[in-house]
Design a protein around this ligand. Structure first.
Ligand code: S3P
Length: 188
C-alpha cells in the first residue's frame, strides 16, 4: 500500500526516498500568468514526476471550460475547484499547478498543504501583463489591469500558505530551475 509522507524533517524524507516510497506533491501557487503551468511542466519532466494542471483537471472532470464554469457566476467555478482540490490532495509524488484563486478557500489549502510542499511563484504584475495571454482568464479578459488589485488582495494569502517563495523575473526555465534547486536543497 502506498505511504503518504507528511511534512517531516528532510533527512527522514530523504531516507524514505531512498527506499523508493512515495513523495510529497509539489504544489505551485501564485497569480494568474505567473508561469505555474509552464514551469510546473518543466519541473515535472526534470524530476520525472507526473504533472497535473488543476484547471485542466477541472475542465476534464466537469466537461466544461473554465469560461463556461464561470458563466453562472464565479462561485460555480469555485465549487468545481474545491472538488478538484479534494481529489488532487489524495495524489502523491506529483507536480501540481493550481489556479490563481485556489488560495481563496482555506479548506483547499488545508488539503493541498497536507499532501505536499507549497511553492509560491511570485512574478511582478508588470511582467505578467507584458507576457501572459488573458483570453482564457474570465477575471482578467475584459480588464487585464485588474491584476494589480487581485494581486494586492491575494499576496498575503500566497505568503501565508507558501513553504517557500520563488521570485520569477526571468524565463519559465529559470523559474523551474530555481524550484528544482530548492527541492534538491531541501531533499523533498
Ligand atoms: C483564476 C485563475 C485561473 C483559473 C480561473 C480563476 C483566479 O488559473 O483558475 O480563471 O482566480 O486567479 P491561472 O492562475 O492558471 O490563470
Amino acid at each position: 500500500m502506498a505511504v503518504i509522507l507528511r511534512k517531516r524533517p528532510p533527512a527522514a524524507r530523504h531516507a524514505q526516498e531512498q527506499k523508493g516510497d512515495v513523495l510529497l506533491n509539489i504544489v505551485l501557487i501564485g497569480n494568474m500568468g505567473a508561469g505555474k503551468t509552464s514551469a510546473g511542466r518543466v519541473l515535472a519532466r526534470r524530476l520525472g514526476r507526473v504533472f497535473i494542471d488543476m484547471d485542466e483537471y477541472i475542465e476534464l472532470k466537469e466537461g466544461k471550460s473554465v469560461g463556461q464554469l464561470f458563466e453562472p457566476g464565479e462561485e460555480n467555478f469555485r465549487r468545481a475547484e474545491a472538488r478538484a482540490a479534494e481529489d488532487i490532495s489524495r495524489l502523491e509524488s506529483c507536480v501540481v499547478a493550481t489556479g490563481g484563486g485556489v488560495v481563496k478557500n482555506a479548506a483547499n489549502m488545508q488539503k493541498l498543504s497536507r499532501s505536499g510542499i507549497i511553492v509560491y511563484i511570485k512574478r511582478p504584475p508588470e511582467l505578467v501583463l507584458a507576457s501572459a495571454d488573458m483570453r482564457g482568464r474570465p477575471l482578467l479578459r475584459d480588464k487585464p489591469e485588474r491584476l494589480y488589485e487581485i494581486m494586492a488582495e491575494r499576496a498575503p494569502l500566497y505568503e501565508k500558505y507558501a513553504d517557500f517563495i520563488i521570485k520569477s523575473t526571468g524565463t519559465i526555465e529559470e523559474a523551474a530551475e530555481k524550484i528544482y534547486q530548492k527541492i534538491q536543497e531541501l531533499k523533498i
